[in-house]
Design a protein around this ligand. Structure first.
Ligand code: PHE
Length: 444
C-alpha cells in the first residue's frame, strides 16, 4: 500500500500526538476528576501513573504502529498475529463510545464561545450551565461539534490534522499560563493552590481503591492510550524517529497542560467559595464563567479561552474519529469523506443519551476511563510484552539514540509492572462501576 499517507515532518507527528492527548481530558476532565478524588493526592498518583505506566504503554503502541504501518486492526495481521486484531476491534468500539459524549462536551464549549461574546452566562453562571448541559440545545451543539470533526478528518492527515494542531498547542499554553498567573493573585487563591498542590496522606489511605484506578484511568484517557490512537498515528511515521524521545515530550507537554488547567480551576473555585467536590462535570465551565463575568475584559478573555479549548477538543476528537476512518479507508478503499460522514451519523445517535442527561454523560465517561481504556491497554501491553517481545524492542531501537540501550529494561517494565498495574486497576475499575450501578439501582 504505497499510497498510504505520512506526516509531512517529525514535528507534525509530535504535534498531532500532543493534539490528540491535550484536549477536554486536560481542561475539563482533569479538574473535575481531581476534585472528586481528594485534590493533590490525586495529582501525585496521576503524574506517577503518566510517567511510569502511561509512557511505557505509549511506546508499546508506537512500536506496533510504526512497524505495521496499518490501521489498528490490520496492524496485528501485518506483523503476523491476526487474532490480536481484536484489540483493534475493541479500539474502534471505544472510539465510538468516547467520541459520543466527548462531542457533547465539545458542543458545550462551542456554546460558551458564543455566550462569552454576548455575556450570556454572566448573570448566573451556574443556572446557565444547568440550562445548556442537556436537552435540545445540547443535542444541536453536539451535532455541530461532530460536523466540524468530520470536516477536518475528511481533509486528510496532512492538510487537516497536522495543520489544525500546529496552531493549537502553542496557543493553549500561552492562554493557560496567562489565566493561571492571574488566577493565583485572587483572594482565596492560596487555599485553592494548597488543595491542588499539597497532598494529604490520610485522604489516600482512606480512598486509594477509588483514587488509584481513577488516576491511572485519567492518565490513559489524557494520553489517548488504550484504544489505538497512538498505533494509528505512529503508522503514518517514517522509520527513523526516536520514539522514546517523542513519547517523553508528549507526556511532559500533556502533563503541563493538565497542571496549568488545575492552577487555573482551583484558585478560581476557592476564591468563589465553591466546594470543589460539589462542582461536578460543570466545574470548569461554572468557575471560569464566574471569573470572566467579573473581569474587565471578560468577554474577550472568555472568547479566547473557550476558543482555544475548542481547538484542543477538536484535535482530540479528530484522533478518535481517525482511528475508525483509517480502518475503513485501508480495508475497504472507501473515500475519507464518505466514511467520516457515515461514522459521524452513528456517533451522533450514540451521543443522544449523553446529550439529554448529565448523569448518563458522567457514567459514559467513567466507564470509558475505568473499563474500556484499561482493558484495551492491558491487551496491547500483554501482547507487546509477552508475544511480540524482542521485535518491539528492535522496532523502538530503530532511530533511537543513546536511549536505545534501555530497550530491555523497557520490555521488563512493560511485562511486569505496567501489565500488573493495569490488570489491578481494571479489576478495581470494574468493581467501582458495579458499585455506582448498584447505587443507581438502589436509588431508582
Ligand atoms: N486525550 C484526549 C483528551 O485528553 C481524549 C482522548 C482519549 C482522545 C482517547 C483519544 C483517545 O482530551
Amino acid at each position: 500500500m504505497d499510497t498510504r499517507e505520512t506526516w509531512a515532518s517529525r514535528l507534525g507527528f509530535i504535534l498531532a500526538a500532543v493534539g490528540s492527548a491535550v484536549g477536554l481530558g486536560n481542561v475539563w476532565r482533569f479538574p473535575y476528576v481531581t476534585a472528586a478524588n481528594g485534590g493533590a493526592v490525586f495529582l501525585v498518583v496521576y503524574l506517577i501513573a503518566a510517567v511510569a505506566i502511561g509512557l511505557p504503554a505509549m511506546l508499546a503502541e508506537f512500536a506496533v504502529g510504526r512497524r505495521a504501518r496499518r490501521n489498528v486492526i490490520d496492524a496485528f495481521d501485518e506483523i503476523g498475529y491476526p487474532t490480536w486484531g481484536v484489540i483493534g476491534l475493541l479500539g474502534l468500539a471505544t472510539g465510538f463510545w468516547i467520541l459520543s459524549y466527548y462531542s457533547v462536551v465539545g458542543g458545550w464549549v462551542i456554546r460558551y464561545v458564543f455566550a462569552s461574546a454576548t455575556g450570556g452566562y454572566f448573570g448566573d453562571p451556574n443556572a446557565y450551565f444547568q440550562g445548556i448541559a442537556a436537552g435540545p440545545a445540547a443535542v444541536g451543539f453536539h451535532a455541530l461539534f461532530l460536523g466540524l470533526t468530520v470536516g477536518i478528518v475528511a481533509l486528510g492527515v496532512e492538510d487537516g490534522i497536522e495543520l489544525a494542531t500546529k496552531v493549537m498547542v502553542p496557543a493553549i499554553l500561552v492562554v493557560l499560563v496567562g489565566l493561571a498567573v492571574w488566577g493565583v493573585t485572587l483572594s482565596g487563591a492560596g487555599d485553592g493552590l494548597s488543595y491542588f498542590l499539597s497532598p494529604d496522606i490520610d485522604v489516600f489511605a482512606n480512598d486509594y481503591a477509588t483514587i488509584v484506578p481513577a488516576a491511572v484511568g485519567q492518565a490513559f484517557f489524557s494520553l489517548s492510550l488504550g484504544m489505538g490512537v497512538m498505533i494509528t498515528y505512529a503508522s503514518y511515521l517514517g522509520r527513523d524517529d526516536d520514539l522514546a524521545v517523542d513519547g517523553g515530550l508528549i507526556v511532559v507537554l500533556n502533563s503541563a497542560v493538565g497542571i496549568l488547567a488545575g492552577l487555573v480551576a482551583f484558585p478560581l473555585l476557592f476564591s468563589q467559595n465553591v466546594e470543589p467536590g460539589s462542582a461536578g462535570a460543570g466545574a470548569i465551565f461554572v468557575s471560569l464563567a464566574t471569573a470572566f463575568a467579573s473581569l474587565p475584559a471578560g468577554r474577550l478573555v472568555g472568547v479566547v479561552f473557550f476558543g482555544v479549548v475548542l481547538v484542543a477538543a477538536l484535535s482530540s476528537a479528530i484522533s478518535l474519529l481517525e482511528v475508525v476512518v483509517s480502518y475503513a479507508v485501508d480495508r475497504y478503499a472507501v473515500g475519507r469523506l464518505r466514511t467520516a460522514v457515515a461514522v459521524g451519523v452513528l456517533v451522533f445517535a450514540l451521543g443522544l443519551p449523553s446529550a439529554t442527561s448529565l448523569e448518563t454523560l458522567t457514567l459514559f465517561d467513567r466507564v470509558a476511563s475505568n473499563v474500556w481504556l484499561p482493558l484495551g491497554a492491558t491487551l496491547v501491553v500483554a501482547f507487546v510484552g509477552w508475544v511480540y517481545g524482542q521485535a518491539a524492542v528492535d522496532e523502538l531501537q530503530q532511530g533511537a539514540g543513546r536511549l536505545g540501550g534501555l530497550g530491555p529494561a523497557w520490555l521488563w517494565l512493560v511485562r511486569v509492572v505496567v501489565l500488573a498495574t493495569l490488570v489491578g486497576i481494571l479489576l478495581l475499575g470494574v468493581a467501582d462501576i458495579l458499585a455506582v450501578y448498584a447505587d443507581i439501582e438502589l436509588l431508582g
